[in-house]
Design a protein around this ligand. Structure first.
Ligand code: SF4
Ligand code: SF4
Length: 245
């Protein structure tokens, strides 16, 4: 019994001397990780009303209204263009389960996580945040983390830095200037030969073997006179008289 009592007292003393982990909120603000999922902020100018986030939201708690606006052509003969104008963008945080799918699927980086979480309301209806309030949350969104210095260059940057076609380095002395013109070897030896010397036309000169000379054709239809009768066909060996049957 005494050993058990002593063991309990030691445990009590050890726990009493340990530093406390009590969070004294709201007097002391909690130290949250920068990418905490507190509330969703909207960057309104990036939103094109594409409805992707509303379609992918598993809770169907994103409400978007928009209309189309015609932008007149800026050049003569050009075509008028149309663009979506955002009328309403709202998220009902009483339904949201903070899964982050809407932020992941947005192709235009219009939605961002903010670590701000102090938006409790007395009425649940007030948890429906319209686009004005969602835009105000953008001020609490932390900056994105710095890029990894050893990361590969983004494809867009690599494409922009690629030299344009036709300005390659062939012939250029280590620079990126225009391609040097091709040099043509002058035919000095041929021009210096005397005019009386025959020009070589044999296989050695051209590097190719000429085809053999053709014999003149005979017996072609053009060479046969019109009044000449064709020769009789040879008689069949079984019919010396040449009679039919
Ligand atoms: S975090 Fe999830 S549940 Fe909340 S609005 Fe976005 S997609 Fe919907
Ligand atoms: S927030 Fe993004 S995904 Fe949602 S409608 Fe706007 S552009 Fe589309």
């Amino acid at each position: 019994m005494v050993p058990g009592l002593l063991k309990g007292l030691i445990t009590t003393a050890r726990t009493a001397l340990r530093p406390t982990h009590t969070a004294e909120y709201p007097d002391v603000a909690p130290d949250l990780p920068p990418r905490s999922r507190g509330v969703i902020a909207l960057l309104e100018e990036n939103c094109t009303s594409c409805m992707l986030c509303a379609r992918e939201c598993p809770d169907w708690c994103i409400y978007i209204d928009s209309h189309k606006e015609t932008i007149p052509a800026t050049t003569e003969g050009g075509r008028d263009r149309q663009r979506n104008v955002l009328d309403r963008f709202a998220i009902d945080f009483s339904l949201c389960m903070y899964c982050g799918i809407c932020i992941e699927v947005c192709p235009f980086d219009a939605l961002h996580w903010s670590p701000q979480f102090e938006y409790a309301e007395v009425s649940i209806l007030d948890l429906l945040h319209e686009k004005g309030r969602l835009s105000d949350w953008m001020a609490t969104v932390p900056p994105p983390p710095a890029l990894d210095e050893r990361a590969a260059e983004p494809a867009e940057v690599a494409a922009a830095n690629k030299p344009a076609r036709g300005t390659g380095l062939v012939g250029a002395a280590g620079g990126s200037g225009p391609r040097a013109p091709r040099t043509v070897r002058p035919r000095v030896a041929r021009a210096a030969e005397p005019a009386t010397e025959p020009v070589a036309t044999g296989p050695a000169a051209t590097g190719t073997v000429p085809p053999p000379a053709k014999e003149p054709l005979t017996g072609t239809p053009e060479s046969v006179p019109d009044d000449m009768t064709p020769p009789a066909p040879p008689a069949h060996p079984a019919d010396p008289d040449g009679a039919d049957g």
